[in-house]
Design a protein around this ligand. Structure first.
Ligand code: FAD
Ligand code: NAD
Length: 480
């Protein structure tokens, strides 16, 4: 990469929290010439979440969907500072962010403050558990790379333990029962990947478990994938049935222990039945909850009093009740679903906003200088020339100031449902035409869409190689 401009004390400091879909999209499109940019995130890489379910079984290796933040910031025009830390508090009055290095290796300083002129909050969300007892202690989640690695290890652990000498029949059944809670896209895609792993590899390499390995998906609502059309919901449920994934809808998990979940299911006549289900692996995918640092920030701002799902923002993503603080992605509460598609479009929008803000400030400064010269001169010719210049600048100023509010353009929803099939609700030509498809062609589309979306060329090659490796040699069944 070429030499970068150093930080410039005359420029404003823009602090960006997070290195996910929202913050990285902003960073990629931002003209860093205009600001001193500081990125703070406990994760020094961008994670391509749509392919995370594929990492739980080794269809794709986890590093293939990680893009080092250092690669991204080293290509910016002006140097960007990165601190691997968690923001623990945003102090709105003092305009500082308190940060803490929670990594394993600590220097003499691991806690400090970062002042900001402008702040963008893109810290995402945490896993919702609804305070259900035992979930945090016993379930695996599927949000971060470490979660996928933990699941992969746990699946193999369950299998090896089930085949341990003298294991009872009952215990084998428990250990080989993989339960997924939540029928949103995360739960569906994970259940699908797991069943593929069993059908394509485990059945072959560990034949002893062939008759017992079982995947069950538990969903509280009457159907899975509520954001998809009815036809695709039916198609998904039928595909799951064919794949032998058992789907338990209208079933709410009430309590979790280390070996079983207690559920309450609603029968056709409306009556409720309680039941205990044993499991070897439990994956919890019931959506998002607000992070502590965001809740604390909301608590400091009276205008956020009635917001529940995250930071309430205006049409320009400015956090309601603040000046110079923006929020995007899963930590903000908007009318849109918390998806990568929304977060990345918001990131692109904020980059345009900051680029145009910098241009506006530069033109305003030039106008101030011209105006001062106009006031100071008595020469009529110079006066006329300055007036013409001021008018021209004024026109260009009104042009750069004309940034329309954020508008989301929905490209459609796509989910992998196993056995080389995917479902897609797509919007073509800006929503003018929409189509709902399911099947193997959709799966091919799903793959090519992801490959073309995975950010860098390096990541594209890594993902393609992983897919080919899996096709040729199957998935690796060793437990790391
Ligand atoms: P994130 O991408 O979650 O990034 C948050 C960032 O903030 C991270 O870098 C994190 O380390 C950092 N952070 C956390 N706490 C702090 C702190 N205290 N201080 C500083 N930084 C912090 N959406 C789609 O549109 N299509 C899909 O196919 C899709 N598939 C998905 C599959 C899975 C398994 C999951 C879990 C989600 C999927 N999503 C998908 C949803 C999508 O990933 C999220 O909506 C998206 O990541 C939100 O982007 P974000 O930038 O708000 O948050
Ligand atoms: P979600 O909120 O979409 O779904 C969670 C599901 O869990 C809901 O259907 C809910 O009814 C169920 N649930 C909640 N509590 C329960 C309980 N106690 N017992 C049983 N079921 C319970 O969550 P998600 O799937 O993690 O998705 C989060 C966001 O990420 C969504 O906006 C989603 O669109 C997006 N995402 C998209 C994709 C994709 O497009 N392929 C993939 C993953 C995630």
């Amino acid at each position: 990469p070429p030499e970068q401009l150093p930080l410039d004390p005359t420029k404003k400091t823009l602090v960006i929290l997070g290195s996910g879909w929202g913050s990285v999209s902003l960073l990629k499109k931002l003209d860093t010439d205009d600001y001193n940019v500081i990125v703070i995130s406990p994760r020094n890489f961008f994670l391509f979440t749509p392919l995370l379910p594929s990492c739980t079984t080794g269809t794709i290796e986890h590093r293939s969907i990680m893009e080092p933040l250092r690669h991204i910031i080293r290509h910016k025009k002006r140097a960007v500072k990165y601190y691997e830390a968690e923001a623990t508090k945003v102090d709105v009055d003092r305009r500082v962010v308190k940060i803490n290095d929670f990594s394993d290796v600590k220097g003499t300083v691991s806690e400090t403050e970062v002042p900001f002129d402008y702040l963008v909050v893109g810290v995402g969300a945490e896993n919702a558990t609804f305070g259900i007892p035992g979930v945090k202690e016993n379930a695996c989640f599927l949000k971060e790379i470490g979660d996928a690695q933990q699941i992969r290890k746990r699946v193999m652990d369950c299998i090896e333990t089930a085949t341990f000498k003298d294991q009872s029949e009952e215990e084998k059944d428990r250990l080989l029962h993989m339960v997924v809670v939540g029928g949103g896209p995360t739960g569906i895609e994970f259940a699908a990947e797991l069943q593929d792993f069993f059908e394509e590899d485990l059945r072959k390499w560990v034949p002893d478990i062939a008759d017992r390995f079982k995947v069950t998906l538990v969903e509280a609502l009457p159907n899975v994938l509520p954001m998809f059309s009815k036809a695709l919901i039916d198609y998904t449920e039928k595909t799951f049935k064919d794949e032998n994934i058992s789907v338990r809808t209208k079933t709410m998990v009430k309590k979790v222990t280390d070996k079983n979940i207690e559920v309450e299911s609603t029968q056709a006549d409306g009556s409720k039945v309680k039941e205990s289900i044993n499991y070897g692996l439990l994956v919890w995918a019931t959506g998002n909850a607000v992070r502590g640092v965001v809740r604390d920030l909301m608590g400091q701002i009276p205008a956020q009093k009635n917001s529940r799902r995250g930071l309430a923002v205006n049409d320009y993503l400015v956090v309601d009740g603040t000046d110079g603080i923006w929020a995007l992605g899963d930590c903000s509460a908007t009318k849109y679903a918390p998806t990568a598609q929304v977060a990345s479009q918001q990131g692109n929008f904020l980059a345009r906003l900051f680029n145009s803000m910098a241009k506006t400030q530069a033109v305003e400064e030039e106008l101030r200088v011209l105006d001062a010269r106009l006031q100071a001169t008595a020469d009529e010719a110079e006066k006329a020339q300055l007036t013409a210049e001021i008018n021209a600048k004024g026109r260009s100023l009104s042009k750069v100031k004309q940034l329309s509010p954020f508008q989301y353009s929905h490209q459609g929803s796509l989910a992998y449902i196993g056995a080389d099939r995917a479902v897609a609700d797509l919007n073509w030509f800006g929503g003018a035409v929409s189509s709902a498809t399911g099947g193997e062609l959709t799966y091919l589309f799903w793959r090519s869409a992801y490959v073309s979306m995975v950010f860098s060329l390096r990541n594209r090659i890594l993902v393609l190689t992983d897919w080919l490796k899996t096709k040729a040699f199957g998935r690796d069944v060793s437990r790391e």
